[in-house]
Design a protein around this ligand. Structure first.
Ligand SMILES: Cc1cc2nc3c(=O)[nH]c(=O)nc-3n(C[C@H](O)[C@H](O)[C@H](O)COP(=O)(O)O)c2cc1C
Length: 389
């Protein structure tokens, strides 16, 4: 018989993230799967984020008496059961009703932090109240300083302790495959409208109750009575801050009293600068291959960055992590933890909170297995000596 991936509908039977991804593809209409899946331009960065892991290979130790490996760690003061943080992703309500809350609760149950995006469909104050946490807040540092400061102050007042400032969007990356699905902003072409009708389960779950989910953190900045997803998206389009610079980050550091993390760092010089302005952490990230194309992958620069700032600040990395073993490779190279974006989104689309929990459980099992097989009892025993890259 030919080898095939799991092709049924029960996400609990999927044996790895790729199986769950295929379930998500079937559950979602084409346009919303493309929104999750795609990368910028020729998708060279996107592919590199996956390919890079095949070039990093283990040099395992045997007869190490590993027992049951310990995957717990501390990330920016949060006791974590796994070395993972759920990355900020916008428009999660397009995949599952109250998708942000489903992700946050699954993360909390698995003992990892969840990062709420500025462009979430769940209001930040409500999320902090409705999920046990820990919840981090991601800020797009928008052009209007009053709006930007307002979001920071709201996160602080709501009790959020970690602010992740996304630095790699001075302009929007061009996800061309995504563009092709629309005839005008947020207006699907006929082919995609028909495809939506062919997904009645998604329509019933996501669209029929209330229509396209709104950007709930932005509603107060939009005209009353005109707060649809379309108006919110247009507003964000006007708010991209192409002039964002290090002085803005110093201002942010002075305003935000909690842990400050800069996301979208991709070279040693910028990592050093982040440490100098007093950031507590960085995320080495090419935004999941959605911004600059033909770009280095975060994991490739972990060793150099960790050597430079790893003692002074928390070094996180993201991009293409789909296996527990990928996560361990990043840690062996010097990262303190890994952000995951699409992997939990596949789980969300396939099965809501339980689907996300399933993905986190798959990653946990893979990490336990890989840690034992490389010959370590705990994450702290991982190191460069176990890697040939
Ligand atoms: C659908 C989607 C939406 C995203 N939205 C945001 C966002 O609102 N803010 C942000 O900083 N990054 C955003 N990202 C980037 C992720 O935070 C993260 O850097 C990336 O997904 C990691 O790569 P991975 O998906 O391969 O794990 C988004 C990524 C995806 C796939």
């Amino acid at each position: 018989m030919r080898r095939t991936h799991y092709a049924g509908r029960d996400f609990r039977r999927s044996v790895n993230v790729e199986d769950v991804r295929r379930l998500a593809r079937r559950a979602l209409p084409n346009f919303s799967f493309e929104y999750v899946e795609g990368g910028a331009e020729d998708e060279v960065s996107l592919r590199r984020n996956r390919d890079v892991f095949e070039r990093i290979t283990w040099l395992p130790r045997t007869l190490a008496g590993v027992g049951t490996p310990d995957l717990s760690t501390v990330i920016l003061g949060n006791a974590c059961q796994l070395p993972l943080v759920i990355a900020p992703t916008g428009f999660n309500g397009l995949l599952w009703p109250q998708g942000d809350l489903a992700l946050a609760r699954a993360a909390s149950e698995a003992g990892v932090p969840f990062t709420l995006s500025t462009v979430s469909n769940y209001r930040l104050e409500n999320l902090l109240a409705d999920s046990p946490g820990p919840t981090w807040f991601q800020l797009y540092p928008v052009r209007d300083a009053k709006v930007c400061d307002g979001l920071v102050d709201r996160a602080q007042a709501a009790g959020c302790r970690t602010l992740v400032v996304t630095t790699d969007v001075p302009t929007f990356g061009a996800r061309e495959w995504d563009f092709r699905n629309y005839r005008a902003p947020m207006q699907l072409d006929l082919r995609n409208k028909l495809d939506v009708l062919a997904h009645p389960g998604w329509l019933r779950r996501v669209m029929l109750p209330k229509g396209a989910p709104r950007f709930e953190n932005l509603t107060e900045f939009l005209p009353p009575g005109s707060q649809s997803a379309l108006v919110g998206a247009r507003y964000m389009g006007t708010q991209i801050n192409s002039k964002l610079d290090w002085a803005d980050m110093e201002r942010m550091r002075a305003r935000w009293k909690g842990k400050l993390v800069l996301k979208g760092i991709l070279c040693v010089e910028d990592a050093r600068r982040a440490a100098e302005i007093g950031a507590d952490g960085i995320v080495l990230s090419n935004h999941g291959g959605r911004q600059l194309d033909s770009c280095v992958s975060g994991v490739e620069i972990v060793p150099a960055v960790a050597a430079e700032v790893g003692q002074r600040m928390t070094v996180l990395v993201d991009g293409g992590f789909r296996r527990g073993g990928d996560v361990l490779k990043a840690i062996a190279l010097g990262a303190h933890g890994v952000m995951i974006g699409r992997a939990p989104l596949y789980g969300l689309a396939a099965g809501g909170q339980a689907g996300v929990a399933h993905v986190l459980q798959l990653l946990r099992a893979e990490m336990e297995r890989a840690l034992a097989l490389v010959g370590c009892r705990a994450l702290g025993e991982l190191g460069r000596h176990l890697i040939r890259s």
